[in-house]
Design a protein around this ligand. Structure first.
Ligand code: GLA
Length: 394
């Protein structure tokens, strides 16, 4: 009897270890919408309920966008150590808001900071990690974006590990989005602590250059992401920051390029534009199922640049499950790139599997254009991409 009991407890402990190791909350890059890029500090619960409704009516939820994340400035102070929401802007309370978001079939995300204050000067979680984690879990939070301002010289890995353990101790699965801007190379230690980590300073809605306060232009972030492909995989993603598609003065081709590259890079896709006045072009880009499928491919391999010619022209590849390959021509130039291309060019990069021939499909035009035996003439627009999916020919 004693032996059976010992055997049973051994099996149970092995099973729970395996379960612990397999805690993968984001097998593919998380997708959703976040308040920061369009509303900044001006947020309130009515707006967020409206956004939840719009995520359904615009088809974004059906396209895979499930997390609705409330960024900085929902919180004002602590009472007996417990974080309190702004009582005028969120008068029904965060728990009610989360319940509303859940009633739409969406998941609810919130923001805090590993420092004493958030980047916008609201109370941070430093020293309150466990009490905050329990509060979030009681409210029904599914996702925490955790920032790095006012950290008082803390060790980044330790600070994020503390919050990670606090969240895990609640028993509620809560995605941890590490947001320390790449300062301490989170790709080297973030796996197992968080589910994704930012690699750059805040994205701005421009392709090149910086604003007067700095920030990561779209091309700059692509450059930072380029060598980081070995660190991404199911459950642990390099985060190229929230999308600026539909914001600022980005042209149609720039928006297509931005979205395509975030998909090639297996980045989380968090929309950052105001859904109350989204235009058709922007919505069509964000809901292009063939492009999203490249991002959400279950193999979870981040795309790699395998060829750069000159300063402006890059060719990117992303291995997909079932032997498919995404191939992206990125033109950083201000003028178009005219190509006379033989698709066998990608043969040189040493893929695990190669087939004799592939069907070539343009995923923006939704059209098969031939196969890899042929030569093609095509034009990549200024600051744009041409994006193809190659499928082995049987
Ligand atoms: C930092 C983050 C941003 C945003 C703001 C909020 O700058 O990187 O994404 O969350 O804080 O204050």
């Amino acid at each position: 009897m004693k032996k059976i009991f010992l055997l049973l407890s051994l099996i149970l402990s092995i099973l729970s270890t395996i379960q612990g190791q397999e805690r993968i909350l984001c097998p593919t890059p998380p997708m959703g919408w976040n308040t920061w890029n369009c509303f900044n500090r001006n947020i309130n619960e009515e707006q967020i309920r409206e956004i939840a409704d719009l995520m359904i009516s615009t088809g974004l939820k059906d396209a895979g966008y499930t997390y609705l994340v409330v960024d900085d400035c929902w919180q004002t102070h602590r009472e007996d150590g417990v974080i309190q929401a702004d009582s005028t802007k969120f008068s029904s309370g965060i728990q009610n808001l989360a319940t509303y978001v859940h009633s739409k079939g969406l998941k609810f995300g919130i923001y805090s900071c590993a420092g004493s204050e958030t980047c916008a000067g609201r109370p941070g979680s430093q020293g309150y990690e466990y009490i905050d984690a329990v509060t979030y879990a009681n409210w029904g939070v599914d996702f925490l974006k955790y920032d790095w301002c006012n950290n008082n010289g803390a060790n980044a890995r330790e600070a994020y590990l503390t919050m990670s353990n606090a969240l895990k101790s609640t028993g509620r699965p809560i995605v941890l989005s590490i947001c320390e801007w790449g300062t301490n190379k989170p790709w080297e230690w973030g796996k197992g602590i968080g589910d994704m980590w930012r690699v750059s300073e805040d994205i701005i809605a421009t392709v090149e250059g910086t604003t007067y306060w700095g920030g990561g232009s779209i091309f700059k972030i692509i450059d930072i992401m380029t060598p980081l492909w070995p660190y991404a995989g199911p459950g642990h993603w390099n985060d190229a920051d929230m999308l600026q598609v539909g914001n600022g003065n980005l042209t149609y081709d720039e928006n297509v390029m931005h979205f395509s590259m975030w998909c090639m890079l297996s980045s989380p896709l968090m929309i950052g534009c105001d859904l109350r006045n989204i235009d058709k072009h922007t919505l069509d880009i964000l809901t292009n199922k063939e492009v999203i499928a490249i991002n959400q491919d279950k193999l979870g391999k981040q795309g790699r640049m395998f060829e750069r010619s000159g300063k402006y022209h890059e060719i990117w590849i992303k291995e997909l499950s079932d032997g498919d390959i995404a191939l992206c021509f990125l033109n950083k130039d201000e003028k178009e790139w005219i190509l006379d291309y033989h698709f066998w060019g990608f043969d040189i990069i040493g893929l695990d599997r190669t087939y004799d021939r592939y069907i070539v499909r343009d995923v923006w035009k939704h059209k098969d254009i031939g196969d890899t035996g042929d030569k093609y003439n095509f034009t990549v627009p200024a600051h744009g991409v041409a994006l193809f999916r190659l499928t082995p020919k049987q």
